[in-house]
Design a protein around this ligand. Structure first.
Ligand code: IVH
Length: 683
């Protein structure tokens, strides 16, 4: 390459890396896989190292990215949160070891090998054992305060278990503990299915969904997605750590404090043993229910870590990188195959989801025949065509994805894919809602939509009708015994008898099972209606507030926005749904067919807290969160996760955080435990 070419390549790579940084960190919607991103960064780093005189200006290669977003309070880390560059190369891992041997003057080095969890880094602060803050990495020096959202994470205690065992450390006054927030593959798929159904863009991978969830402004919505966390790193500690002086003993300490830790880690001597551990991890990770994209090898001894320190010392946090750790990433499982066809799935809401039908190929131990293409924009962006050779990848997630087209292998006369302008099932011209990514079939009678709606209604999450799974729904549709949800309640044993040989028992059971659900909980019916944006949690709120389908159908937009935790989007979706004559007809028909949903128990209508919303924060002297919640609910109140003008009381205990501050700002009355008991007439 001529100097000019090198310079222009460097400029181009910097721009590309910056672009993908933005997609990844700020928008949580990457366009390329980590592997391809790392490759760009690596090429840039190599060029910059090789031609330093041509690479003047700010380098992008040590950029950590910056996840800070609007709407969050920014908090400084006491100790900078650094990150690591990745390597895919065993030789580089061995160079890391050689550098340490040289720096420390001994070949006998102990390492820990930990799974590198593919999630979002956070720093938790515990003061006198209580969780007071959770902050994202941000730019390494300052991150976003996501405490409220992090507190919704199941399995994360809000207080450290005190040391019962003298072997373990006394509680530091203040300690920053670093870890990773992630989503299981299964949860990722569940949420993405919902996204697609709602016509919203699917998330690229569990990590991006975890990142997006952590940055939601509504903690209630966060709580509906099961984020998880593991902790593995030490930040600031005041006074200096006592009782743990190595990564291995720190892990023990974390466990002792009752914190969730990595499923397995290895403490090994020397780089050969570390390499063996990495190979073991490569096998183990395939059976883990979440994405593990590599291994982090760390010098075990904190004293040795201190000796070798950081590269880029004296510079901004985003340019620091520990010399004592190295991230080895597993190359993703990829395979080459061909697109046989592109088919379109029609969802319950009519959203059209394109799927690549592939020539079967072995990938990470399974045969892959299909890969989702998400939506029309995604196909256009990747320019996927029928007949194309494509690379498919299975990273953490179970759903295989088309990484890119191998354009050089494109057969001649291969035409650009034209997204259908009609529903492939019923032929109705498709429509796209403003701002949405999904094309939809607007025909309420589209047979595929009808089928999906029926399946949803009968499903466990909604009406939970025994014996009415997808297969039976199909069978009933095929025999034209049902065409809509209300038809289910009109089924008779005699209609069903011809469907199965000696089917009397089956038919009787099914009819009884459906009849038994006539009085199902109101929220189940509401959830079953399939109103966009309304999942189980919102359905429960609606049931609690309106107590009947008739009242809900008449609720005004204003009534709906009043519900704690309901944004305008959800409120509007509900109102719009009930404005549709077909939907109103559906509700009337259901009532005519004898559906008598059961409203939630009249939670102590005359109770001291009837109709009141209470937010809990901090630790109460005697009551646990669950006990306090039970008392509030028994008195007719509702416990909510976030403080707003609609909150009636904040119940605050010790170490109450930002919620208490917010209550004071908004002038919401604050109660302590004694105050609550007094209000309930217990004292
Ligand atoms: S150690 C300065 N340990 O992967 C020390 N990081 O490429 C860096 N990660 O930024 C962190 N699992 O967000 C460490 N067991 C683990 C990890 C881990 C996941 C993330 C972390 C870090 C990145 C390193």
């Amino acid at each position: 390459m001529t100097p000019d070419e090198v310079q222009s390549r460097i400029a181009k790579l910097r721009a590309e890396v910056a672009y993908h940084d933005e997609r990844y960190h700020r928008q949580a919607r990457p366009e390329i896989s980590d592997f391809d991103y790392d490759r760009l960064k690596r090429e840039l780093a190599d060029l910059e190292a090789q031609f330093p005189q041509l690479a003047a200006g700010d380098s992008a290669t040590r950029r950590v990215g910056d996840d800070r977003t609007e709407g969050f309070v920014r908090v400084k880390h006491r100790l900078a949160m650094t990150t690591l560059d990745n390597t895919y190369d065993e030789a580089e891992l061995r160079e890391f070891h050689a550098r340490l041997v040289k720096a420390l003057g001994t070949p006998e080095l102990l390492y820990t090998v930990e799974p590198k969890i593919d999630g979002v880094a956070v720093s938790l602060t515990f003061e006198r054992g209580r969780l007071t803050r959770a902050v994202t990495r941000g730019d390494g020096e300052e991150g976003d305060d996501v405490t409220t959202n992090v507190r919704t994470i199941h399995g994360l205690p809000h207080a450290l278990k005190p040391a019962g065992d003298p072997l373990f450390a006394a509680m530091p006054d203040l300690i920053e503990i670093r870890g990773e927030i992630f989503l299981r593959d299964e949860e990722f798929q569940r949420i993405n299915r919902q996204q697609e159904e709602a016509g919203e863009a699917a998330y690229a991978n569990p990590r991006n969904l975890a990142a997006g969830t952590l940055k939601l402004l509504d903690p209630k919505l966060v709580a509906t997605r099961r984020l998880e966390i593991v902790l593995y790193g030490l930040g600031a500690c005041e006074p200096a750590p006592e009782g743990f002086d190595s990564q291995t003993s720190f892990h023990e300490q974390l466990k002792h404090w009752g914190l969730p830790v990595v499923a397995k880690f290895w403490t090994v001597s020397g780089i050969d043993a570390a390499w063996v551990a990495i190979q073991e991890l490569d096998v183990l990770r395939r059976s883990l229910p979440f994405g593990t994209d590599g291994a982090v090898v760390k010098l075990d001894s904190f004293a040795q870590q201190k000796v070798v320190g950081y590269r880029g010392e004296g510079q901004a946090a985003r340019k620091l990188s520990p010399r004592w750790a190295c991230a080895y990433k597993f190359a993703p499982d990829r395979a080459e195959t061909r697109v046989r066809a592109i088919t379109i799935q029609v969802g319950r809401t009519g959203a059209l989801t394109p799927v690549a039908e592939l020539e079967p190929v072995q990938l990470a131990g399974t045969t892959v025949k299909r890969a989702t293409l998400h939506n029309a924009d995604e196909i256009a962006r990747k320019d996927v065509r029928v007949g194309d050779a494509v690379l498919v990848e299975k990273a953490g997630e179970i759903i295989p994805a088309v990484v890119r087209v191998l354009v050089e292998k494109r057969p001649p006369h291969c035409e650009a894919y034209v997204f259908p302008d009609k529903c492939p099932v019923c032929g109705t011209p498709v429509v796209r809602i403003e701002g949405g990514v999904a094309w939809r079939c607007p025909n309420p009678e589209c047979p595929e939509k009808v089928r999906r709606k029926l399946e949803h209604f009968a499903s466990k999450a909604c009406m939970d009708i025994d014996g009415l799974g997808e297969e039976i729904v199909d069978l009933l549709l095929k025999h034209r015994l049902i065409r809509s949800i209300p038809d289910l309640f009109r089924l008779k044993v005699v209609d069903l008898l011809p469907l199965k040989k000696s089917g009397e028992v089956w038919a009787g059971n099914l009819v009884n099972a459906i009849a038994a659900r006539r009085t199902a909980d109101l929220w189940r019916v509401i959830h079953g209606l399939g109103i966009p944006q309304v999942g189980a949690a919102s359905a429960k709120d609606l049931a609690r507030r309106f107590r009947s389908l008739e009242a809900l159908a008449e609720a005004s937009l204003n009534d709906l926005v009043q519900i704690d935790g309901f944004g305008e989007k959800t409120a509007e979706a509900v109102r719009t749904w009930f404005n549709e004559p077909v939907n109103r007809a559906l509700v009337s028909e259901l009532l005519e067919a004898g559906l008598r949903p059961t409203p939630p128990p009249e939670a102590a209508a005359g109770g001291a807290l009837a109709g009141k919303t209470v937010v809990l924060t901090g630790t109460l002297p005697t009551l646990s969160r669950e006990e306090a919640t039970a008392k509030i609910e028994a008195a007719g109140g509702k416990v909510s996760g976030s403080v707003s003008r609609k909150t009636h009381y904040v119940l605050a205990g010790e170490d109450a955080g930002s919620k208490l501050e917010k209550a004071k700002t908004l002038g919401v009355p604050v109660l302590d435990e004694a105050g609550l008991k007094a209000l309930l007439g217990e004292t």
